[in-house]
Design a protein around this ligand. Structure first.
Ligand code: UD1
Ligand code: UDP
Length: 356
């Protein structure tokens, strides 16, 4: 059994860390890095911290518009697949690297397996929603994080085999939580103490690409009760510089601006935060897992269970909604929503065992 895995972005390196080693114990894996994320702090740090096997092939494709980037990946993956001839192409999540891996695989006549299949925000204006829907309808094996995801695929009549395996990010978060909790130097570096700061991230195109929304984001962040630790994604830094808004954040006494963090430092800050403010998909889920309140800077989410239970609030960029959400009582109920921390094992079994 030969699996060709396509990864390219920060969250995919984290997801693959739950699967690659176990997969290599029972099958051959070739790890292909598209190069969508290439800065050390968005790529290399995760391979090192999470002991992810080094990529077997680096496509080094870099940045570009969604269409250009996806097209370059498709063109580069076609000969790689023809050379490798895997039994299955494995992709994770909802980025351009996911769609390119899925489409190149299906067009090449290979089976495609999609981890985190069936997630839906039902907002087609988000590139991630388009990537997820298209990848799900190309894939022959759809590995889901939740029953909601399974139900979405059934409602869409997806043709691939659907399996509920749980969420691979839970595996990584649970395994590393003791180390993250003990990593108090991450808080010391940021100059914050447990329970008395907010952790914020924002990088989605819908939040930062439009200058008006970007300005609203900056004002929202500056209005939060500080300190607010803000590891800045390079997309956001570039947009802030272009709009001449970076100085506003640098000048805000309550905002602790820093470079993107490694997984352990970020998890340390997340686990000890009073609340998390984010537009990230993965961070919403990790806040829930850590039992930390989340305020999501979007109008929709694919992690709907966290909202239904009251741990996550969709606040958009509205300051009043944020203020109210920060003061609301925390819910009592905290059931295990996305599996038991053994999703990686189930992904490997689904890929390698004969189908029932
Ligand atoms: C991508 C994903 C998004 C995911 C995010 C994870 C798509 C459509 N978007 O968004 O779903 O949440 O990754 O973080 O696939 N840049 C650098 N260095 C890098 C990488 C990017 O400076 O190593 C800058 C470039 O200016 C680039 C911009 O960031 O144009 C955006 O990068 P890109 O990979 O296109 O999208 P992300 O915003 O990272
Ligand atoms: N993350 C990190 N350092 C940071 C910000 C995020 O390690 O400075 C991790 C975070 O713990 C989560 C993942 O990156 O596991 C989420 O990725 P991101 O927000 O970039 O993408 P999304 O989940 O929105 O696709």
């Amino acid at each position: 059994m030969r699996v060709l895995t396509v990864v390219g972005n920060r969250p995919q390196f984290i997801k693959a860390a739950a699967v690659s080693h176990q997969l290599r114990a029972v099958a051959e894996e070739e790890l292909v890095h598209t190069g969508q994320h290439y800065d050390d702090e968005l790529s290399r740090v995760f391979f090192e911290e999470l002991a992810l096997p080094a990529p077997d092939r680096q496509l080094g494709l870099g940045s570009g518009s969604n269409a250009h980037q996806t097209a370059r990946m498709l063109a580069a993956l076609e000969p790689v697949l023809a050379d490798s001839r895997p039994d299955v192409v494995l992709v994770y999540g909802d980025t351009n690297s996911t769609l390119a891996g899925g489409l190149a695989g299906a067009q090449g006549g290979f089976a495609v397996a999609h981890v985190e299949a069936g997630m839906r925000s039902f907002d087609r204006a988000m590139p991630e929603e388009l990537n997820r829907v298209l990848t799900d309808h190309l894939a022959s094996l759809l590995l889901c994080s939740s029953q909601t995801a399974v139900d979405n695929l059934v409602a869409e009549r997806a043709t691939g085999a659907v399996e509920l395996v749980g969420d691979v990010m839970v595996d990584v978060a649970e395994l590393l939580r003791p180390r993250a909790l003990a990593r108090t130097e991450a808080l010391e570096r940021a100059g914050v103490v447990p329970g008395e700061y907010l952790l914020a991230t924002a990088h989605r195109a819908g939040t930062v690409d439009d200058p008006e929304r970007l300005a609203a984001l900056v004002e929202l962040l500056c209005s939060l009760p500080g300190p607010v630790v803000l590891p800045l994604h390079p997309r956001t830094r570039k947009r802030l510089e272009a709009a001449q808004l970076l100085d506003r954040l640098l000048g805000a006494a309550a905002i602790v601006l820093c470079a993107p963090l490694g997984y352990l430092d970020f998890s340390a800050l997340l686990c000890h935060a009073r609340a998390v403010v984010t537009d990230s998909g993965g961070v919403q889920k990790e806040a829930y897992l850590a039992g930390v309140r989340c305020l999501t800077l979007r109008e929709s989410t694919e992690w709907v269970e966290t909202v239904a239970l009251g741990w996550n609030t969709l606040v958009g960029l509205d300051r009043e909604t944020v203020r109210a959400a920060l003061q609301a009582p925390l819910p009592q109920d905290h059931p295990p929503l996305y599996g038991d921390g053994h999703a990686g094992e189930r992904v490997v079994a689904a890929l390698t065992l004969p189908r029932r």
